[in-house]
Design a binder for this molecule. Sequence first.
Ligand code: ZN
Length: 363
Amino acid sequence: MIIDIHTHTFPPLGSMCGEDPPELQMRFLQHHLYFHHQGWYCEQTKQITLEPSLYDSDKPGINGMRDVDFRVGGFGRLMYTDNGENFWIQWLPPSFRELECTPELLLANMDYVGIDFAVLCPTHIYGELNEYTSNCVRSYPYRFVGIAAIREWRGFEGDEIARLTRAVEEMGLIGLHFATEAFFMVDYLEDWSSKRFDPLWKEVERLNIPVFWDIFSWGNDPWAQWKLEAKRLSDWANRFSQIPSLITHGLPILRWEHSADHVVIPDFIWELYRRPNIYVEVMLPGQLGQEYEYPYPIAKTILYELHQELGPHKLVWGSDLPTIERMVTYRQSLEYLKYCDFLNEEDYGLLTGGNAKRLLKLS
Ligand SMILES: [Zn+2]
């Protein structure tokens, strides 16, 4: 059975959904796109910029966010206007006339490529989706499971912990998605690894669910921030050794020392990946597509090294559909793995389903 550990379904971006107002979702999207590698196209100058005027340059949190009429455009674009100039970014593929991904659209993609099962990963950039995700799973229980999300920056509060409990025990979601980027809401002043958040992790432990981490970081020095979050996660995984965790988007190779056929994996990353309760998502087209061309020979190099060092039981394939289709087709997001001839049939099965099954306790 092939399981895609990383997919998204969502109603039209910017529409009312769940318990949070659409304005909050727009703030998340605006923040998410402060530093996006895709770049912003200026309609007036016809140039692409990687430094959009979405925030005050020394304040990458909520307090630095500029009011630039950030909004949803059509055909996969998000837009803003600054000083009379319009900018857009191609965030979803241009075929997304409406910026929406229904469960039926995801299923059609899965059926075409031959994916049996998918994990729905709600994050704030797609809206407040616990109920929406739960409904997707209830409509197609043999094809989807879903993960819950909370307001991470308030994760120490009883209300947010109760939100998680409700999502798992009443809505049938089977994990917690935790994006450290959400701490921009408090200007990154809160530390999720501090003791203050322990009641949340104790509830995760009691619910017996995994955590899906997105520690992909932003800020004026994103790599330093990623290092900080990776170190926090390593300590956390040691402290909460009974909680299994997946590092989504797991391999930010372009931030490590690399060439076309060689990658140096930093020591602190090895330390993190070796933690027994840590799983690592393999979603390499999303990581490599900015710099390399399909089928990414460097992917084979790094997977060989990880496979040799960590064994076959920690790596989990995910696509990040639909945004991955900016880079490659859904089929290609899986098929580059066939060039990894060091994976025998059993190892390939673990990577593309078996490990996900164990992590999620699926029968
Ligand atoms: Zn994603």
